[in-house]
Design a protein around this ligand. Structure first.
Ligand code: HEM
Length: 139
């Protein structure tokens, strides 16, 4: 559960990133494939559409940050679809770390530890919900 301050920190940083959305997602995938080269082949060659979808999900998460249960069903379905993409639980930790690292680089001087904790809390909740959906899908 995010505090109102954390919701505000996430919203403010997302606003800063809005102009850089293409750069942000490109940087994210470049960092991700550097850290975890093994998962590159799970994705298609052309990452453009993929980047847009990821960004749209982040926007949704930011919009629902004060009440993530609002998008719970959607996140569970997203997690269930990820089973067939080949996503494994350990990958989610890498994705969370790389997303935070990418956002922190783009935010530069405006990045604080409090902002890091806010994003980490939100993304961990998102990943946990996706993984719940993935587990339900598997049974
Ligand atoms: C914060 C967690 C994540 C979010 C928000 C996210 C979001 C998305 C979205 C929105 C799509 C578009 C397709 C759809 O809606 O079904 C997608 C596709 C995909 N995701 Fe994720 N994802 C996450 C974590 C992961 C992880 C951990 C992996 C592990 C490798 C992964 C691998 C993929 C792959 C391979 C595709 C399909 C790409 C293609 O069709 O070429 N994702 N993801």
């Amino acid at each position: 559960m995010l505090s109102q301050t954390q919701v505000d920190l996430i919203r403010n940083s997302a606003e800063r990133l809005a102009d850089a959305n293409v750069a942000a997602t490109n940087a994210f995938y470049a960092n991700l494939f550097k850290v975890a080269p093994g998962i590159r082949n799970l994705f298609s060659e052309d990452m453009f559409e993929q980047s847009e979808k990821l960004w749209n999900t982040i926007v949704k998460v930011v919009e629902s940050a004060s009440n993530l249960t609002e998008i719970e069903a959607e996140l569970k379905a997203l997690g269930a679809r990820h089973v067939k993409y080949g996503a494994e639980p350990a990958h989610y930790i890498v994705v969370t770390d790389v997303l935070i690292q990418t956002i922190s680089t783009l935010m530069n001087k405006e990045w604080t530890d409090e902002t890091r904790v806010a994003w980490k809390t939100a993304l961990e909740a998102v990943c946990a919900t996706m993984l719940e959906g993935a587990a339900q899908h598997a049974t």
